[in-house]
Design a protein around this ligand. Structure first.
Ligand code: SAM
Ligand code: SF4
Length: 327
């Protein structure tokens, strides 16, 4: 079998697919209030996404994460997930969502075979939620989490971007919330993707500080648990919850990177912190054969850099927003 191995010997087994750039929230670290969304015809159709997913699966990709923008803005997402899950070689399909539409979609997502669910939540305070996301939707997210808990997903995880002066005072209460609900929680260091109108070096909060805050209340036990992504996890003693940390700045995780991303317009990104990319939409729409598509993927891998180079002290280096990239 042909495989996806990059110039540094890393085997690619994990694909993140952004299915839309649209979103019902406007998180300040992710997009601007007056963001202009892409014309619909530029976005890959489900058929195009499925072709790419099949091609990746034939090259050894086993795990696919669906993300966005807000992936549940895409109607019939559960149908896409069921089709991808049925592709030979795909072991799991997971979803990252802001949770606002889960009251409607948790059941169909479970029925579609979704394995794991990551729900983003940066605050439990509705005023702060409004400030951070520019939308008054905390109640919808909390209702969505409650609905998702009714279905036996392999795991439901809260994703929190930790920011000094924004939600550092809620690190422990968010951890309490995860534990009380029997969920895992991962704290993410903010990444310098796109110009957001504030200085990210001021809000930067290193994972070690977040961990120390939690360790004041809970005993954290080291584990080697991995989900295929960049997070490292600790188990919270005497609970069923794990706390994860994604630390692109403080602990570079590129050495074992097994991931690539495809944007909603079919642009294959080889690294989150790098502009190298390969357009797949043009060959797809020009009617390329399956073999030609496979060749495009294998050739693109030659562009994968050894590591990302985030530097908060510098001007914005990566011009695309996370909503375009697919977090
Ligand atoms: N809309 C969905 C959501 O919010 O979960 C999926 C897409 S969102 C881009 C995926 C993840 O990226 C979210 O957990 C979000 O908090 C995170 N994210 C967005 N911008 C980020 C940034 N600049 N640094 C770190 N994480 C970011
Ligand atoms: Fe939307 Fe997710 Fe970006 Fe927030 S982080 S604006 S929910 S895409």
């Amino acid at each position: 079998m042909r495989q996806l191995i990059d110039p540094f010997g890393r085997k690619i087994e994990y694909l993140r697919i952004s299915v839309t750039d649209r979103c019902d929230l406007r998180c300040s670290y992710c997009m601007s209030e007056d963001v202009e969304f892409l014309p619909r015809q530029d976005i890959l159709s489900f058929e195009e996404i499925i072709r790419v997913a099949k091609s990746f699966a034939q090259l050894g990709v086993k795990r696919i994460r669906i993300t966005g923008g807000e992936p549940l803005m895409r109607k019939k997402l559960p149908e896409l997930i069921a089709t991808i899950k049925a592709i030979e070689g795909i072991e799991e399909v997971v979803l990252t969502t802001n949770g606002t539409l889960l009251t409607q979609y948790a059941e169909p997502l479970y029925e579609a075979g979704l394995s794991r669910l990551n729900i983003s939540l940066d605050t439990l305070n509705s005023e702060k939620f409004l400030t951070l996301t520019r939308r008054d939707r905390l109640h919808a997210v909390l209702a969505g989490i409650a609905e998702a808990k009714k279905y036996p997903f392999e795991s439901i995880k809260i994703n929190t971007v930790a920011m000094r002066g924004m939600n550092d005072d809620e690190v422990v209460s968010l951890t309490d919330f995860a534990i009380e609900n029997g969920l895992d929680i991962t704290f993410i260091e903010e990444m310098p993707l796109g110009e957001v109108g504030y200085d990210r070096s001021v809000t930067f909060l290193p994972s070690d500080e977040v961990k120390a805050m939690i360790a004041e209340k809970y005993s954290l036990l080291e584990t080697d648990y991995k989900t295929g992504g960049p997070a490292t996890y600790s188990r919270v003693a005497n609970t069923t919850s794990r706390v994860g940390f994604i630390s692109p700045h403080s602990h570079n995780f590129c050495g074992d990177c097994n991931r690539v991303r495809m944007t909603s317009v079919g642009c294959l990104l080889l690294c989150l912190g790098n502009e190298e990319s390969q357009d797949l939409r043009t060959p797809l729409r020009q009617g390329c054969s399956d073999d030609q598509l496979t060749d495009h993927l294998i050739n693109a891998l030659k562009l994968k850099p050894e590591k990302h180079e985030f530097d908060l002290a510098e001007e914005v280096q990566i011009l695309r927003f996370m909503s375009n990239t697919g977090g």
